[in-house]
Design a binder for this molecule. Structure first.
Ligand code: GDP
Ligand code: IMO
Ligand code: MG
Length: 426
């Protein structure tokens, strides 16, 4: 069975924990979109590992881990991440980069930083890793791909087209540093050396072999459905497609290779950066969730905005994300709560209109208030429970109601950060 792991909210749902678990049974793991904007945490053998671009499956020996064509790579950050993993004793010999992946150049990070620092209204709150500008150039057909680094004639031809335009924009629009062809060449030489041990030029053969020998493929998503460039809370989104469909365009395999799409969702919602968030709690309940759930960004250290579970966006995520089941994480964070709320509809404070489907025009979200269903807490430590049947009755009632509302099964329940703290429900 080939599975996709998709974030079903605004990122940081615990995808890496689920990817790491499922990677045990996979032969090939492919990260299909995003870049080092991601911050993925895996806790195994009492050790915490943090990943940004490198697939979370790398912790198992003998697996092939691809950085797919749909990703963008910031070379210096990649180099640093590899160094840390090697220092931690991780065997990275299974890591491969698809030569079609895009490269983040210094001018991309400069433009991202500039846009974020000068924007007054409409600031996105990006991770400043150059993600948006790199994808912009890819779509404008003026980006550089990893394969360009190993073909100097082609690189030279491309730079003759790209650089005059890029320099004009850098200078006249942004007032930022421009680049000579020699400077870019020397950067590219450095990047070629960084990537060399990992670039897989015969990736077609590796993917074909895996396909025809029925190897298990795990597709690893970053970010989440509500940050998707097409379906998320646009423009407060990232610049790629974290949805299940992204695995079909960003991995090298088509949709026919996908059997299951597992949407990872927290039992509450968090968001980093700007943008609407109807169930956000700016009171002490929000603070309590943040402190118990340790909700601080892995990549930027920013405190995450916290709120109650939003079943309206989640139902939307089931549809557009193509989810076949849900992995619900962090329910242990509610162990001490008297009651737990779930938003099942939005009410328009101007007209009284009730929305049970997600309204995609985010500029009306400031007029929406959540309509909640309230559940009794279980007031018990559930972090050591290993079987679904052993969960407290109130936990099971809560999970059943979520399944009923979302019309999709919850396949995994996560009760702590460790690999072991997982209940496979089906
Ligand atoms: P990702 O970006 O989706 O991979 O998630 P992050 O790593 O950014 O954030 C998830 C955080 O929650 C990490 O610190 C995980 O170790 C932690 N975590 C994952 N699942 C659980 C869980 O079920 N309970 C608790 N308490 N923590 C969890
Ligand atoms: P993981 O994979 C949470 C958010 C940023 C910002 C918006 C755009 O760990 O879930 P970008 O730098 O991508 O242009 O920023 O997207 N964002 C994330 N939020 N988790 C992530 O990754 C994120 N990656 C980007 O905060 O609001
Ligand atoms: Mg994260």
């Amino acid at each position: 069975m080939n599975k996709v792991v998709v974030g079903a909210q605004w990122g940081d749902e615990g995808k890496a924990k689920i990817t790491d678990l499922l990677a045990q049974d996979a032969d090939l793991i492919i990260r299909y979109q995003g870049g080092c904007n991601a911050g993925h945490t895996v806790v195994a053998h009492n050790k915490t590992f943090k990943f940004h671009l490198i697939p979370s499956g790398i912790l198992y020996k003998g697996k092939i881990c691809f950085i797919g064509p749909g990703t963008v790579i910031l070379p210096e950050y990649f180099e640093e991440e590899i160094k840390i993993l090697i220092k931690d004793g991780i065997d990275v010999s299974g890591l491969k980069i698809n030569p079609l992946a895009s490269i983040t150049m210094p001018y991309h990070t400069a433009i991202d930083g500039y846009s974020e620092s000068t924007a007054q209204k409409g600031k996105i709150g990006t991770t400043k890793k150059g993600i948006g500008p790199t994808y912009t150039d890819k779509m404008a057909r003026i980006g550089l791909k990893v394969q360009d680094l190993y073909s100097l004639d082609a690189l030279s031809e491309k730079l003759d087209i790209i650089l005059p335009l890029k320099n004009k924009i850098l200078k006249e629009v942004y007032g930022l540093k421009t680049y000579t062809k020699e400077e870019i060449f020397s950067l590219c030489k450095k990047y070629a050396d960084i990537f060399k041990p990992y670039v897989c030029f015969d990736w077609q053969k590796v993917l074909e072999d895996a396909k025809y020998t029925n190897k298990a493929v795990l597709f690893e998503g970053a970010q989440g459905v509500m940050l998707d460039i097409d379906y998320g809370t646009y423009p407060f989104v990232t610049s790629s497609n974290p949805i299940g469909g992204g695995a079909a365009t960003g991995s090298g395999y088509g949709p026919i290779m996908i059997d299951e799409v597992i949407g990872v969702a927290k039992a509450y919602v968090t968001r980093v950066g700007e943008g609407p968030f109807v169930t956000e709690l700016t009171d002490e309940t929000g603070d309590k969730i943040r402190e118990i759930g340790h909700e601080y960004g892995v990549t930027t250290g920013r405190p995450r905005r916290c709120g109650w579970f939003d079943a309206v966006t989640m139902k939307y995520a089931v549809l557009v994300g193509g989810l076949t089941s849900i992995a619900l994480t962090k329910i242990d964070v509610f162990d001490e709560f008297d009651e737990i709320k779930v938003c099942t509809a939005y009410k328009d404070t101007r007209t009284g209109e009730i929305y049970t489907s997600y309204p995609t025009d985010v500029f009306i979200h400031k007029y929406l208030e959540p309509v909640y269903e309230t559940f009794k807490g279980w007031k018990q430590d559930i972090t050591a429970i290993k079987e679904y049947s052993k969960l407290p009755e109130n936990t099971k009632k809560y999970l059943s109601r979520l399944e009923e509302f979302l019309e999709v099964p919850i396949s995994i329940v996560s009760v702590g950060p460790d690999r072991e703290q997982t209940i496979f429900k089906i």
